[in-house]
Design a protein around this ligand. Sequence first.
Ligand code: NDP
Ligand code: DXP
Ligand code: MN
Length: 385
Amino acid sequence: MRQLSILGSTGSIGQSALAVVARYPHRFNVRILAAANNVTLLARQIEMFAPDMVAVINREKARELKSLIPDTSSVDVLWGEKGYLVAASHDMVDTVLLAMVGAAGLMPALAAIDAQKKVALANKETLVMAGEIVMARAAEKQVTVYPVDSEHSAIFQCLEGNRQRDLRKIFLTASGGPFRLIPRERFSSLTPKDALSHPTWDMGAKISIDSATLMNKALEIIEAVHLFKLMPDQVEVVVHPQSIVHSMVGFSDGTVMAQMGLPDMKAAISYALSWPERLDLGLDFPDFPDLAGLFFEAPDREKFPSIDFAFKALEAGGTLPGVMNAANEVAVDGFLNHAIGFLDIFHIIETTMSAHKVIPSPGVADIVAADGWARERAGAMVETI
Ligand SMILES: NC(=O)C1=CN([C@@H]2O[C@H](COP(=O)(O)OP(=O)(O)OC[C@H]3O[C@@H](n4cnc5c(N)ncnc54)[C@H](OP(=O)(O)O)[C@@H]3O)[C@@H](O)[C@H]2O)C=CC1
Ligand SMILES: CC(=O)[C@@H](O)[C@H](O)COP(=O)(O)O
Ligand SMILES: [Mn+2]
């Protein structure tokens, strides 16, 4: 029986994970849940899954949560960064699903690795900020990081039974987002509502905007380089609007292996939690004759400069990928709050990256400081636009 901690339980990944868990109550025991602000949903999750401990963003939310659960409840309510660190590393759990959004995921991820938990990683921002440190720490602690991100789960699955040294390149598929067919001239008038309607996946707000700008693919390029120990030129982004092929691996003999399935994150989540077993999730296969073709095209890198940002960040290394990530988080927030336009997102990321003095081979403290610097710099741009 897996003893689970789920950080980000109220989010899109967290809720899908709990749907998997609810199907398999004799395999998974939910011991800890962590959320940020959505205490109403967290209270329902407490009622349903009876965890021993929960963590929320601050003391006020902890108080609010306590007012929503019965006085007789024995659940321990923690809060703040310390609460998340405990949630990620407590002795009562053996497996941690890291499904918080954004840079806040980094320290809990390191805490889970240090505590030698089985780590199912959805939070890609962690690897963008500190991929070298995180993967080195995982190797040192003999911790396997099971990817949850659909593309990386696909690559992980295609690599199974193959030798890493036979891998020549990976083809990272991208849906192209909701604006694939919209001319760039119309980008300045696009609204958060337009950007939130992803063509194939149902996801949280931040990653949905990242898909619309292709910053999601930028983050995923860096995530893949660290997870699979690749050189940047071994990663090729291929636009595949149907989101049936979740990514592909090309081997030295010219063979390409692809992993396919309907776009539903429950498959990747459950594989990360139950590897090497595959659970029956009641999911259908794609109806191949009905698909009217799967197609692939090169991304338009002029319309979407994000992929170039990723390769630039990888080339410079050090603190630049984390700065790219932080500038993106601030810009996405500004866009969602109607403070800036869609095109400003690219401008803010590019300008913040160009202004950054890269620290090579940074430690965690340098990365956190660079993240703070980038947030201030990007935040000032949001204010003045
Ligand atoms: N959704 C998807 O299909 C996929 C997501 N991912 C990645 O998984 C992660 C989660 O994505 P998704 O589920 O879509 O996001 P959501 O926005 O749906 O959920 C985010 C979760 O994180 C919590 N949270 C937000 N901010 C903080 C914070 N500062 N500290 C602690 N917890 C916080 C939220 O709490 P609350 O709601 O209570 O405020 C919520 O539980 C992201 O890194 C994303 O890139 C990767 C592949 C696919
Ligand atoms: C489900 C998942 O893994 C997302 O990261 C998805 O890939 C987003 O779709 P895009 O390909 O549009 O970025
Ligand atoms: Mn993905």
